[in-house]
Design a protein around this ligand. Structure first.
Ligand code: NDP
Length: 327
């Protein structure tokens, strides 16, 4: 009989209640694919966008973009992984919320012995995102200020540490005093509680009125306009998410009025689309973690059966740092 695995699917878009666990056939990997048995699964805000239909998927759909585990089988043409290898990935193909799955091998990376499965599952999507934000999007030099929203979140706490290790002066924002404390502990130079304080005025104050050369904004609707007002002339606005809702249509003339600003809206999956680039980016990230420059602390764990509770907590701003779905 064909092997099955507990897998989380949605048959309609909606709230956390649409997440359903089914037994699904795993199948054999085709050319260029691998089959992995998960030891841990990463939770990401993108999973919420896909569940609600903000980023539509063809239904029924499996969810989850990040995981770590042991390779069980490799398809034709896969040479960088073998059965029995430890591996971790961020994949553009959803389906990580499962005990086991088949997926394209190009984004699956050998996981070094010094990194646990939980760390691997928590850091691929978020850590590779931080890497492309700081190293592949806009030149940032030692000593430069960067304004980074939601600095105590999953991507955020990795960003704080990455910035610190590179001598970049990160000004974080976060939604509570406790979250600000965490961001500071992880290497942010300043942290603004943007539920209580005007982050534009405070950023101007910190930078002596000048503003910052780069803003990294994943909050979207609620912060977009203010973020532009934090930039110095010729500054770069990196809008990379929509935790508060998508940014409404925008008059690009504003970029001229506010000082010849630049604006980009990147996604990780462009950066890791190519096999060699993805593997090289992962090696750089693993190196940072193995050197201790970036620590991956798992702050929340939810069993696969309770994945809806994990979604509720992430959406309600109740999580900090990394969240793992256990299998
Ligand atoms: P987080 O752990 O950062 O959770 C999101 C955080 O956003 C919350 O904890 C909260 O922090 C803040 N937030 C502000 N307003 C809201 C709101 N109205 N509802 C919910 N949260 C809000 O999530 P991730 O680390 O998984 O992802 C961070 C962001 O980065 C997401 O927007 C995600 O989509 C984006 N992303 C983009 C990628 C890309 O390549 N484009 C890749 C990876 C992630 P607080 O309470 O402190 O405000």
């Amino acid at each position: 009989m064909a092997e099955t695995a507990k897998t989380v699917i949605i048959e309609e878009f909606g709230g956390p209640e649409v997440l359903r666990i089914v037994e699904r056939e795993v199948g054999e990997p085709g050319p260029g694919e691998v089959r992995i048995r998960h030891k841990a699964i990463g939770l990401n805000f993108i999973d919420i966008y896909q569940r609600t239909g903000l980023y539509p998927l063809k239904l029924p759909a499996a969810l989850g973009m990040e995981g770590a585990g042991v390779i069980e089988a490799v398809g034709e043409g896969v040479t960088h992984l073998r059965p029995g290898d430890r591996a971790a990935y961020a994949s553009a193909v959803p389906g990580a919320y499962a005990e086991a799955r088949v997926l394209p091998a190009a984004q699956v990376c050998p996981l070094p012995e010094g990194i646990s499965f939980e760390e691997g599952a928590a850091m691929m999507l978020k850590g590779l995102t931080v890497q492309y934000l700081f190293e592949r999007t806009h030149p940032i030099s030692k000593g430069d200020f960067v304004l980074f929203h939601a600095a105590a979140g999953g991507v955020g706490l990795i960003a704080c540490q990455w910035a610190k290790s590179e001598g970049i002066r990160l000004i974080g924002t976060a939604g509570s005093a406790e979250k600000c404390r965490l961001a500071l502990e992880h290497g942010a130079e300043h942290c603004i509680n943007y539920r209580e304080e005007d982050f534009v005025a405070r950023t101007r104050e910190i930078t002596g009125g000048r503003g910052v050369p780069v803003v990294m904004d994943s909050v979207g609707k609620d912060t977009f306009d203010g973020s532009l007002d934090c930039l110095e002339p010729l500054g770069m606005m990196i809008s990379f998410g929509n935790a508060s809702g998508p940014v409404p249509p925008f008059n690009i003339g504003m970029l001229a009025q506010k000082g010849s600003l630049k604006l980009t809206r990147p996604t990780l999956f462009t950066h890791i689309g190519d096999f060699e680039t993805c593997q090289a980016m992962a090696r750089r990230l693993f190196d940072k973690v193995l050197k201790g420059e970036v620590k991956i602390d798992i702050a929340q764990r939810f069993p696969l059966e309770k994945v809806a509770d994990a979604h509720r907590a992430l959406e309600a701003r109740q999580t900090v740092g990394q969240t793992i779905i256990t299998v």
